[in-house]
Design a protein around this ligand. Structure first.
Ligand code: AMP
Length: 194
C-alpha cells in the first residue's frame, strides 16, 4: 500500500504516519526526519540544509527529489510506504509521479489532514517545540512554514483530486485515536477496492 499524507504542520501527520507504519508493516518515510538525521550526524548534506530548516524555508526541489529517489529504492519500501512531508511543491509532485511510473507503482490513497483552526496548528507546533526541542519550531519559522504550506503544498490536494481522484479528507482536529480510527476505516475501503 502506497500512502501519501498531506496537511499543514501541526495537523498530526507524523504521529499518524508512525501508527499506520506500525499497523501495516510499511516504512514511514518522513523527509523532514531524514533531513534532521543528516543534520544530527553532521554530514555534508546536513550542513548544507541546516540554516534552511531553521528558517522554515524549503530545501531545493532537486535535492529533495534525489533524497526521495534513493529512499524509495531501499528494500523496505518495496511493499509500500507512508509518505509524510514529500511532495511539498508541484515540481516535487511531478517528480514523484515520474518515479512511481518508472517502478510501475502509484499512490493508492492521498489523505488530506484538515484543520481549519490555525490557532490549533500553532498550539500543537508550540507544544512539539517544548517536547522535542526542534530548532525550527520558533514563532517566525512556524509562520513561514505554514505560509509555505498554504502557498506551495495545499494546491497539491487539487492536483491529486484531478489526476487521481483518490484524495480522502480527514477531520484532523480530534484526538489521535479518533483520527487513527478514521484512517483505518478509509484504508480498509482502499484494500477492498484493491
Ligand atoms: P517536516 O518535518 O516535514 O516539517 O520538515 C521540516 C523541514 O524540512 C521543512 O520545514 C523544510 O525545511 C524541510 N523539508 C522537509 N521535507 C521537504 C520537502 N519535501 N521539500 C523541501 N523541504 C523539505
Amino acid at each position: 500500500m502506497n500512502i501519501l499524507l498531506l496537511g499543514p504542520q501541526g495537523s498530526g501527520k507524523g504521529t499518524q504516519a508512525k501508527r499506520i507504519a506500525a499497523e501495516y508493516g510499511i516504512p514511514h518515510i518522513s523527509t523532514g526526519e531524514m533531513l534532521r538525521a543528516e543534520i544530527a550526524a553532521g554530514t555534508e548534506l546536513g550542513r548544507e540544509v541546516q540554516s534552511i530548516l531553521d528558517a522554515g524555508d524549503l530545501v531545493p526541489d532537486e535535492t529533495m527529489v534525489d533524497i526521495l529517489r534513493a529512499r524509495l529504492a531501499q528494500d523496505d519500501a518495496s511493499e509500500g510506504f507512508v509518505l509524510d512531508g514529500f511532495p511539498r511543491t508541484m515540481a516535487q509532485a511531478e517528480a514523484l509521479d515520474a518515479m512511481l511510473r518508472e517502478i510501475g507503482r502509484d499512490l493508492d490513497v492521498v489523505f488530506e489532514f484538515q484543520i481549519a483552526d490555525e490557532g490549533m496548528l500553532v498550539d500543537r507546533m508550540t507544544k512539539r517545540a517544548q517536547d522535542e526541542g526542534r530548532t525550527d519550531d520558533t514563532p517566525a519559522a512556524m509562520r513561514k512554514r505554514l505560509d509555505l504550506y498554504y502557498r506551495e503544498t495545499a494546491p497539491l490536494v487539487e492536483y491529486y483530486r484531478t489526476t487521481r481522484g483518490n484524495v480522502v479528507g480527514i477531520h484532523a482536529a480530534r484526538t489521535v485515536n479518533e483520527v487513527f480510527a478514521e484512517l483505518q476505516q478509509a484504508l480498509e475501503q482502499v484494500a477492498v477496492r484493491g
